[in-house]
Each structure stands twice: as structure tokens, then as C-alpha cells.
Design a binder for this molecule. Sequence first.
Ligand SMILES: NC(=O)c1ccc[n+]([C@@H]2O[C@H](COP(=O)([O-])OP(=O)(O)OC[C@H]3O[C@@H](n4cnc5c(N)ncnc54)[C@H](OP(=O)(O)O)[C@@H]3O)[C@@H](O)[C@H]2O)c1
Length: 331
Amino acid sequence: MAYIPSSSRYDSMTYNRCGNSGLLLPALSLGLWHNFGGVDDFKNARRIVRHAFDKGITHFDLANNYGPPPGSAEENFGAMLKKDFSGNLRDELIISTKAGYIMWPGPYGNWGSRKYLVSSLDQSLKRMRLNYVDIFYSHRPDPETPLEETMMALHDIVKSGKALYAGISNYKAPEAKRALQILKDLGTPCLIHQPKYSMFERWVEDGLLNVLEEYGVGCIPFSPLAQGLLTDRYLKGVPEGSRASKEHGFLKTNDITPEKLEKIQKLNDIAKRRKQSLAQMALSWLLKDKRITTVLIGVSSVEQLDNNLACLKNRLFSSEELNEIEVILKA
Ligand SMILES: NC(=O)c1ccc[n+]([C@@H]2O[C@H](COP(=O)([O-])OP(=O)(O)OC[C@H]3O[C@@H](n4cnc5c(N)ncnc54)[C@H](OP(=O)(O)O)[C@@H]3O)[C@@H](O)[C@H]2O)c1
């Protein structure tokens, strides 16, 4: 059946300004790393994307290598765009992609050279059947390529019109600062940084968030639910179909340690008291910091998406709750 987006799609979402830019992003964004590849159920993936848009999620995050197989998430998303988001609907979407991890064999299909970034974006645009993406990222810093070359490639890509904004991902505070300064000097200010950040992974608090604030750059934390650990998914074992149960899933069963489970259980108790699911509390906990523009979630079902969206209804924490959470996380 033809998709007609909900007329109330902008009624309940919060949109936050991305750093000092003109761009507003929804408080929750949807990532297509898992559950949208060639190995996954296309109908389910399409249902999730439609539902996300109906709920005001305008930002969809991809990368050249998302699948498996690599590239297939972009191909599937391209098919959805063609079927469901034709015409002017493209102008209601913020689509991002990245290059930085291994994508094709040989010396030009990995890391951060100008050669790789420019040709990878061309491939991504073909797979998604797009003329441009909204945000193009250097997916990770390359220790062997001069930072100037990688940033100049981002700058030229933006100048070419194949991306509207430039972003960086997985750059630690000192190298992020250098990258942001280079981009600023080139006249293409960095829009956004995409780091891994959750209750279980907090390195961004040791400097990166301050650098982003100083440069007026937005922040979009990925894996905010620690790939599903910060939910009730694994409280009673490893369910069939969960990320940890899948051979190609990046969450491994040995990541689910008894120590982690004890913390998850205690956090779940606090969430219950707040009348939230643990997933909702983990997302609200990130969004309480004004430096966080949008939180980049993954989901395997429409139900999970709805559950996560409800985090927006309760973003306030008492100082007692924050202290209690801190004690659990630092134990
Ligand atoms: N820049 C980078 O290097 C980088 C790296 C990784 C990811 N990312 C981006 O970040 C996005 C999100 O990463 P992620 O998928 O790891 O995020 P996540 O939100 O931490 O984990 C998503 C998983 O958590 C589970 N889940 C979500 N909501 C739930 C709920 N309400 N109740 C129970 N379980 C729930 C689902 O697991 P099941 O599948 O088991 O149901 C889901 O697949 C990616 O899609 C990608 O766009 C970027």
C-alpha cells in the first residue's frame, strides 16, 4: 500500500539546534547499522522507517559498510526512499552516511584518504539513488593520513554539493579539536561529531563534549543503549533474534557479564521507580545534557521504537536519582 506520512508527524517530536548551525535535528535519530541489511526482513525495516518518520524522526543515519553484506543497508534504504519518500519528501529528511572502515579490497577502500572518501561517497549516492546526502562523515581518524587531507576532502565534498554538511565520528578530544580547527579555517565548519556514548561508555565526558561546545559543534551519541544491554532485553538470558544471538551481531554473548547484569538490574529498578523502561531512562539520561543534540538509536521493531520515543516525556532527573545512578555506574 502506498505510504502517506502521518499529518501529525511534527506534533510530538522535539527538535534541537545542531551546535551553532542552522540545522535542527530530532531528539531521537534512527541508525541503520543493524536490522536493515540484506540479511534482514525488508518489510520490517520499511515498517520501522515509515513509523519513525510518522513520529517526527527526520534523521536517518547510514554508513557505506552497513549491512551485512556491506552496502546493503544503503541499497535497502534507497529502495525505501524510492517507494515511500519520493518528490518533495526528500526535503523533510536528513540522511547521513560515512566512510572510514574497510569497504572494498586494495589500498583505496579504507581509512581516510581523499581518494577513499570521495569515491566511497559516490558509491553511497548510487546505492541510495540520491544526488546528495545531508551529512557526510569521516567515520574514524586515520593515523597514517594527514588530518588536513581528510578534512580537505570533507570540505571539497561539501563544496561539490554531494553533501550539505561535514561530520566526524570516533575522534578523541585532541584530534577532534585539530579537525574542527582545520574545517573552520577552510570555511566548512564541522556540523556534528558522532561518538559512542552511553551510561556504560563515558569517555566523551573527559574533554570531547567541552571541545564540541567550544567550537559550536553538535553531538550525536551512537549505541546509547550499549547495543541493547541498557534495556530489559538480556535480563532473563539471550533471547532468540536479539543482537547478541546473531552471528553477525556486533554484541557478543561474552559482553553480557554477571557484573554488567547486576548493574543493569539495579538501573532497571530505578527506571521502574521513574515509571520508565530502562531503555527510556538510558536515553533520557543522555538527553539531559544540553550539549547532546540528538541520540542515535537502533531498533529491531516498531514496538522498540515506540518504547524509546516515550523517553521524551520524562527527561528530568532528581539529584538523588543522578547520584544513585552514578554509584551504580562507578561501582
Ligand atoms: N559512528 C560509528 O562508528 C557507529 C558505530 C555503531 C553504531 N553507529 C550508529 O548508531 C546507531 C545506533 O547504534 P546501536 O544500534 O548500537 O544502538 P543502541 O540503541 O545502543 O542499540 C540498539 C539495539 O538495542 C535494542 N533495543 C532498542 N530499543 C529497545 C527497547 N526499547 N527495548 C529493548 N531493546 C531495545 C535492540 O536490540 P535487538 O536488535 O536485540 O532487538 C536494538 O537493535 C547505528 O544504527 C548506527 O547508525 C555508529
